[in-house]
Design a protein around this ligand. Structure first.
Ligand SMILES: Cc1cc2nc3c(=O)[nH]c(=O)nc-3n(C[C@H](O)[C@H](O)[C@H](O)COP(=O)(O)OP(=O)(O)OC[C@H]3O[C@@H](n4cnc5c(N)ncnc54)[C@H](O)[C@@H]3O)c2cc1C
Length: 493
């Protein structure tokens, strides 16, 4: 059951062409010439996000500069019943920003200003198109930083981070986006401006802020975000441990947490990922290892000194064949360089790769890794594993070649089985990349029909006409009943 049909309606379909022409005239009534893109070659760069196996041309692309313009665009689309897909930097890995042939692609790229940075209150108020790393760059002179650090942080936007509830290496200790955003302003599908949260620790009413974060562009378009900034720790030091056996490395992760240590990052890579990263960035990784753990500790000088010794002993006791401790910041960053470049590194050794994202209880790590290796064998597709081991968030990267007949379909099926394995061991089908279109079938496995009905009700409360990012995130009951008939599908009735 393939996830999407590419270009269901041709770009030059006469009916679509007429709708496009009418909309362009109306949009040009209040948007500057360069804010509306309508020709094939102009809209083509927006045909996919980071999940590039799926592509669709949008009806047209709009690039507003002001909140008022966003409100007017949404009002117009509401009047004419035109669907809208918001887009940040397009680095999403679950197809969340995949456009619709009959819908507008609304890019927030021009909302790239930091509106306020208050070092005393330790907050920054930013526009949604500001890049994640740009917030930390602006805060560094004040001794502050923004903690959630997706590996894509050089490119991805805070609006996209809010929509996906993004995570990163630091999230084990400092929380996901939802734990680091204090307030936001969004535009509703009817064009209203709505504020959620506050700069204080709590705010009145239902916690709609938490509901909104991770809602994948389906409830409103974010136009401003207030984030928390944290003081840069006095010291950070990393350890790198090599293992001859993946399961041993998995057990070491549990041992560190069980000892009461919460590292600033605790990441793992398996053999294929180590080799690919080393060939790409030459970080000095031991390429004969079956698994590599990178553990970062931060805090005061004394805390870090004590914990480094403790973790070193735990790593050796759990069977590490080699343990290195970074001697300075340059070496610490070199340890991380391979891990942070792992996705593009894997992209170099295969024509295509599909990045999965599931979360499991830490104790199930060895079992899930073993089953993933068996599934990889069964499907005849290589899998490289890179993951945020500390929080049990797996990123199996399935290597495939979309030019080979059926290979994408087999990849989808293998990916689906890995996610359903996560559910079977008590985990979830998402960790930080969202559902989008990629995991829409597995939503039918994770949730019961009653639970899914509640999700649809929440969506309808914000967006009764279903105009914002339709077809993503929540499967229809019909899709689920068809999916559950498949022999390979897991089940939850
Ligand atoms: C190499 C690589 C590494 C990555 N590493 C990580 C990682 O470590 N952790 C992690 O969590 N993710 C990671 N990602 C995934 C991705 O970068 C994140 O999901 C990121 O938050 C997407 O941001 P974006 O600006 O690119 O959003 P887009 O891809 O443009 O959009 C993502 C979703 O957000 C919605 N959206 C965007 N802007 C708005 C807005 N203003 N209002 C409402 N909805 C909006 C879109 O409709 C879409 O549903 C990685 C991706 C790549 C390519």
């Amino acid at each position: 059951m393939s996830l999407i049909q590419p270009n269901q309606i041709p770009f030059d379909d006469p009916q679509l062409t007429a709708i496009r022409a009418d909309l362009v005239t109306a949009l040009r009534g209040f948007l500057p010439e360069d804010a509306v893109l309508e020709r094939t070659e102009e809209v083509q760069p927006y045909e996919c996000d980071g999940l590039s196996a799926y592509r669709r041309l949008p009806l047209l692309v709009v690039l507003p500069r002001t909140v008022n313009e966003v409100q007017r665009i949404l009002r117009l689309c509401h009047e004419r019943r035109v669907p809208v897909v918001a887009r940040g930097a397009g680095t999403g890995l679950s197809g969340g920003a995949l456009p619709l042939n009959e819908g507008i692609l609304l890019s927030l790229a021009r909302f790239n200003r930091i509106l306020e940075l208050d070092p005393l209150a330790r907050i920054a108020r930013v526009q949604p198109g500001v890049r994640n790393l740009a917030i930390t760059e602006a805060a560094l002179p004040h001794g502050l930083y923004y903690a959630p650090d997706p590996s894509s942080q050089i490119a991805c936007t805070i609006g996209g981070n809010v929509a996906e509830n993004s995570g990163g290496v630091h999230c084990l200790k400092y929380g996901l986006t939802v734990h680091n955003v204090l307030a936001l302003t969004f535009v509703s599908p009817e064009g209203e401006l709505i504020e959620l949260g506050s700069a204080a620790l709590d705010s009145a009413g239902y916690d709609l802020l938490a509901l909104f974060i991770g809602s994948e562009g389906m409830l409103g378009v974010v136009v401003e975000v207030t984030v928390k900034l944290l003081p840069i720790p006095e010291r950070a030091q990393a350890l790198l441990a090599a293992y001859a056996d993946v399961e041993q490395a998995g057990r070491a992760v549990g041992a560190i947490i069980a000892a009461g240590i919460i590292p600033a990052g605790l990441e793992m890579m398996d053999g294929p990922a180590i080799q690919a990263a080393e060939d790409f960035v030459h970080a000095g990784y031991p390429t004969d290892a079956a698994a590599l753990l990178i553990c970062e500790l931060d805090g005061t000088n004394q805390e870090v000194s004590e914990q480094v010794m403790q973790v070193r002993n735990l790593l050796l006791a759990s069977g590490a064949t080699e343990v290195r401790t970074s001697q300075n910041d340059a070496e610490r960053l070199r340890f991380w360089q391979g891990r942070k470049s792992a996705f593009p590194a894997v992209g170099r050794i295969s024509p295509d790769y599909y990045c999965m994202d599931g979360t499991i209880p830490r104790r199930a790590l060895p079992e899930v890794l073993r089953r993933t290796a068996e599934l990889s064998e069964e499907y005849g597709l290589r899998v490289a594993n890179v993951f945020h081991a500390g929080d049990g968030n797996l990123h199996p990267l399935i290597l495939f070649d979309s030019n080979q007949p059926d290979e994408l379909e087999r990849t989808e099926e293998l990916g689906g089985r890995i996610l359903e394995l996560c559910v079977a061991v008590g985990g979830t089908i998402t960790g930080e990349h969202g559902v989008g279109i990629e995991k829409i079938n597995q939503m039918c496995v994770q949730f019961t029909p009653d639970e899914l009905r509640q999700f649809h009700a929440v969506k309808a409360a914000f967006d009764p006409l279903g105009l914002l990012n339709p077809g993503k995130g929540i499967p229809t009951p019909r899709r689920c009943s068809e999916y559950r008939q498949l022999p390979t599908a897991g089940s939850k009735s």
